[in-house]
Design a protein around this ligand. Structure first.
Ligand code: ADP
Ligand code: ADP
Ligand code: MG
Length: 453
């Protein structure tokens, strides 16, 4: 087992990893930028190293700085969290060559999953249904026309290296194709330093359903059920839940079995998520793999009782899944919902960094809060706007909703804007309560309210 782990991240996920390490009796090293000097992950880690200025390119994304911090503190392993270096295969390789265990899949698997059109090909090969689309990269307008004619409009142009909902263009009509293709390529180049794009059939009102995967270093893979993440804004998740209200026990069993086989075939290890879209007829189509722990992992933890971050550390240290997972059928226990509370204006969505002047974190039965916020703490303007994850658990979906409503009401943050009022509106909406949701739910809600999204 590892003696000391460095956490190459900040905010709530850095704290989450510190919690798992404390539960395992492992010492922790925090890294921080100059803007995060007073952060809770710095305070609660056993050691902390400043790795550079506020800008993430010069701190949390700076591989030499992170590796030096790991070397001077003599850690056995690095946990990358999500975002930042978590899906950077080069970083995983540098860790391994420096004799430090990277807590994640093997670099070659991360690399394959990071190129979405290649991940599509690999999953298709492994027998998982993918959306109709291009076989690989679409480089020219002619190629794009041919693919789009074949699969039928509307189509979606997507960045091969895409993430965070960026770099996508919907094409309704062939006339728009040349312009939108150029725009997508340009945006992808700027955002991801790779202009490669591919084309997928655009699903009009999909539900986003994803499966939690966990693999060990001995070739074993388990799939721990699904989450539904259909409440989104600009292709970014706002609310997630487990289980999905539309996945039957039969479908769950079938998908978990098929995915376990497919992920064994690609040599997947550690935690990961396989994302799907469900069309109006209930068919599931693969869209991408996130080769890391996800923001919304707590809802799976709540309904399975499995500590996913602890499991990541255990499998990375060589433990077998069969020794660490409970020996029972993984039937979800009750229902869990997560609201991402962002430091943003709840209607305009403009970032709202600044000092938190007063804070009341909700609690009580069935409530969990994952956050690095505290009274007088500052949310810096340089990073993601996620301020807290509010997670509820109940015997069924309705109880999880009621508890979430109660917790949202008792969640007080002063000094900055947060999306708490937005979540209250969503949680009170009859379509949310009756689970009539798809990825356009929020746009419809804003339209009903006469507001612009
Ligand atoms: P999740 O399903 O875990 O929320 P996201 O795609 O939203 O996955 O990504 C999680 C975090 O990583 C977010 O903070 C997001 O902004 C960030 N992120 C994802 N992809 C990238 C990327 N390619 N470059 C920079 N940040 C990214
Ligand atoms: P990212 O890497 O940015 O997370 P994804 O491929 O996971 O990209 O897609 C993010 C979101 O974009 C999905 O949850 C869905 O809302 C939307 N989306 C992606 N592909 C399609 C598609 N083919 N049809 C309709 N919506 C899509
Ligand atoms: Mg995604």
């Amino acid at each position: 087992m590892f003696e000391k782990i460095l956490i190459a991240n900040r905010g709530e996920i850095a704290l989450r990893v510190i919690c798992a390490c404390k539960d395992l009796g492992i010492k922790t090293v925090a890294v921080y930028s100059e803007a995060d000097r007073n952060s809770l992950h710095v305070r609660f880690a056993d050691e902390a190293v400043c790795i550079g200025p506020a800008k993430s390119a010069r701190s949390y994304l700076d591989i030499p700085s992170v590796i030096s911090a790991a070397e001077i503190t003599n850690v056995d392993a690095i946990h990358p969290g999500y975002g930042f270096l978590s899906e950077n295969a080069n970083f995983a390789e540098v860790c391994e060559t420096s004799g430090i265990r990277f807590i994640g899949p093997k670099p070659e698997v991360t690399r394959l999953m990071g190129l979405k059109q290649q991940a599509r090909a690999a999953m298709k090969q492994a027998g998982i249904p993918i959306l109709p689309g291009s076989d690989g990269i679409v480089g020219t307008v002619e190629q794009a026309h041919t693919v789009a004619e074949k699969i039928g409009y509307p189509v979606l142009i997507k960045a091969s290296a895409g993430g965070g909902g960026r770099g996508m263009r919907i094409v309704e009509h062939p006339d728009e194709l040349p312009n939108l293709l150029a725009q997508a390529q340009q945006e992808a180049q700027i955002a991801f330093s790779c202009g490669d794009v591919y084309i997928e059939k655009f699903i009009k009102a999909p539900r986003h359903i994803e499966f939690q995967v966990l693999g060990d270093e001995h070739g074993d893979v388990e799939v721990l059920g699904e989450r539904e993440c259909s409440i989104q804004r600009r292709h970014q998740k706002l609310i997630e839940e487990a289980p999905s209200p539309v996945v039957t026990p039969e479908l769950r069993r079938e998908m978990c079995e098929r995915l376990a086989t497919a992920m064994k075939e690609v040599g997947y290890s550690n935690a990961g998520t396989v994302e799907f879209l469900m069309d109006e007829k209930g068919n599931l189509y693969f869209i991408e793999v996130n080769a890391r722990i996800q923001v919304e992992h707590p809802v799976t933890e709540m309904v399975t009782g499995i500590d996913l971050v602890k499991s990541q550390i255990l499998v990375a240290s060589g433990e077998k899944l069969s020794d660490i997972l409970p020996k029972r059928d993984l039937v979800p226990r009750g229902h869990s919902i997560e609201c991402r509370i962002n430091a943003e204006h709840p209607e305009k969505f403009t970032p709202s960094p600044g000092r938190i002047t007063a804070l009341n974190l909700p609690g009580g039965i069935g409530i969990r809060v994952d956050t690095a916020c505290y009274t007088d703490g500052v949310i810096p303007p340089y990073y993601d706007s996620l301020a807290a994850k509010l997670i509820s658990h109940g015997a069924n979906r309705l109880e999880a909703i009621t508890r979430m409503q109660r917790a949202l009401e008792m969640f007080v943050v002063e000094g900055i804007y947060t999306t708490i009022p937005l979540h209250q509106r969503i949680l009170a909406h009859p379509d949310f309560i009756s689970a009539k949701i798809d990825t356009h739910f929020l746009a419809r809600m804003f339209e009903e309210e006469g507001k612009k999204l």
